[in-house]
Design a protein around this ligand. Structure first.
Ligand SMILES: [Zn+2]
Length: 190
């Protein structure tokens, strides 16, 4: 994305979500590599460490590069005075929250960032969330909305549904292949 100032909140958050994921991957490489040498015997550990060092260094560099790449998008969020965002907790019956800092969540809580809802009206988000709307994050959600089942989908579910729909419409309308003289298998019955 060249110019965040003309991008939609969903486009910007999609970019941020991607960069966050890549940074997390790089940080995990640094973390795991730091621990790995202690799991093998000492002599191998030395070799392994020498082997790993450039990879760790590369991962460290990547992590900070991703951090830098995020800045223009974070700045655009601030420049516009922010916009609505929504996160779904990834477990059975997980709630939709307006912030990952919600006090009903924990540092270990796993969220799916609903980037397709970024910048959408909060009433629309609550309406989709229904019973999954967090009461702490959306205290004004009407009771009749809260009693409805959730229609929230994660970006991955939406992408899967889209692919399915695409496959259904693009199913090739091939004529059944003509039967061309395959010899009959010799009968094995005796
Ligand atoms: Zn909440």
């Amino acid at each position: 994305m060249d110019n965040p100032t003309i991008a939609t909140p969903s486009e910007i958050d999609a970019e941020l979500a991607h960069l966050h994921a890549e940074r997390a991957k790089a940080e995990a490489t640094v973390r795991n590599s730091d621990e790995a040498p202690y799991e093998v015997d000492e002599r191998n550990a030395v070799d392994l460490a020498a082997d790993l060092e450039p990879r760790i260094e590369q991962a460290r560099r990547s992590a900070s590069e991703f951090e830098v790449s995020m800045q223009p998008f974070e700045e655009e969020f601030d420049r516009r005075g922010g916009w609505t965002r929504a996160w779904l907790v990834q477990n059975t019956g997980g709630h939709v929250h307006r912030t990952m800092l919600c006090r009903t969540c924990f540092p270990s809580t796993k969220f799916a960032w609903l980037i397709h809802l970024s910048g959408h009206d909060e009433a629309e988000i609550v309406d989709l969330a229904g019973e999954a709307a967090c009461t702490e994050c959306y205290p004004s959600a009407p009771v009749e909305v809260r009693n409805r089942p959730s229609r929230i989908k994660t970006p991955e579910q939406l992408a899967r549904n889209e692919q399915k729909a695409e496959r259904a419409t693009q199913r090739p309308r091939r004529r059944s292949p003509r039967l061309v003289g395959f010899p009959c298998a010799p009968s094995t019955t005796e």
